[in-house]
Design a protein around this ligand. Structure first.
Ligand SMILES: CC(C)(COP(=O)(O)OP(=O)(O)OC[C@H]1O[C@@H](n2cnc3c(N)ncnc32)[C@H](O)[C@@H]1OP(=O)(O)O)[C@@H](O)C(=O)NCCC(=O)NCCS
Length: 182
């Protein structure tokens, strides 16, 4: 399937991506209450932007956005959102990931499945993300997976009356293939 075909498939027709007991399946409108529950969980809320259920529903049909439910052995445990999958430079943003059962390797596997979607399903070139400087768990996860730190986007995210600086990290298609191909 070409990249254009993969991008244009309706969300509910997108093939799930599996690795071991973990699956990414296309988020449906009915999943959005679960997504918001995960996002608002006290362990997650301080690390990820907060959207309403309606904002998540709207994101499901945005061109260039791939919104996935993360399942472990058939049970939803989180979600991950990719944006700019139609970017002409093949540079995809891992916009958001959140998981409810942490520290069990689920985040690692879910990021690898999202990278598989980016590089192998869509044929894109670069996967990048922002992570807040105080989010050590997420930063360590990305570094261990081989994401390269590109720099710091200084005070680029407003949070209440503060501005947060973000690490910018990326992985390239050849780096993914050398280290992780499924
Ligand atoms: C970030 C997140 C997705 C990671 O998922 P997870 O299932 O907890 O992560 P894993 O169990 O796969 O752990 C991966 C790595 O995180 C690191 N890590 C785990 N716990 C940590 C901690 N308390 N402090 C620092 N690093 C930690 C380790 O390097 C671990 O690698 P290892 O297994 O090789 O030791 C998850 O914790 C989460 O939803 N956090 C809140 C939302 C969030 O921060 N999203 C990312 C925004 S950029």
């Amino acid at each position: 399937m070409s990249r254009a075909d993969a991008e244009n498939r309706p969300a509910d027709a997108r093939a799930p991506i599996r690795r071991g007991g973990m699956t990414l399946r296309a988020t449906t409108p009915d999943d959005c209450s679960f997504v918001v529950e995960v996002e608002r969980h006290p362990d997650n809320a301080r690390h990820v932007e907060q959207w309403s259920e309606a904002q998540h529903r709207a994101a499901l049909t945005l061109p260039g956005t791939r919104h996935w439910i993360i399942e472990h052995r058939g049970t939803p445990i989180g979600y991950v959102v990719l944006e700019d999958t139609d970017d002409p430079n093949g540079s995809v943003l891992l916009r958001r990931i959140a998981i409810i059962s942490k520290g069990r390797g689920h985040g690692r596997n879910a990021v690898l499945l999202a990278a598989h979607d980016c590089f192998e399903v869509l044929g894109c070139h670069r996967l990048w993300l922002n992570v807040a400087r105080d989010n050590r768990r997420a930063f360590n996860l990305y570094r261990r997976l081989g994401f390269v730190e590109e720099g710091v986007a200084r005070e680029s995210v407003r949070k209440g009356d503060r501005f947060l600086s973000m690490h910018v990290l990326s992985m390239l298609d050849r780096e993914y293939r050398a280290a992780h191909q499924l």
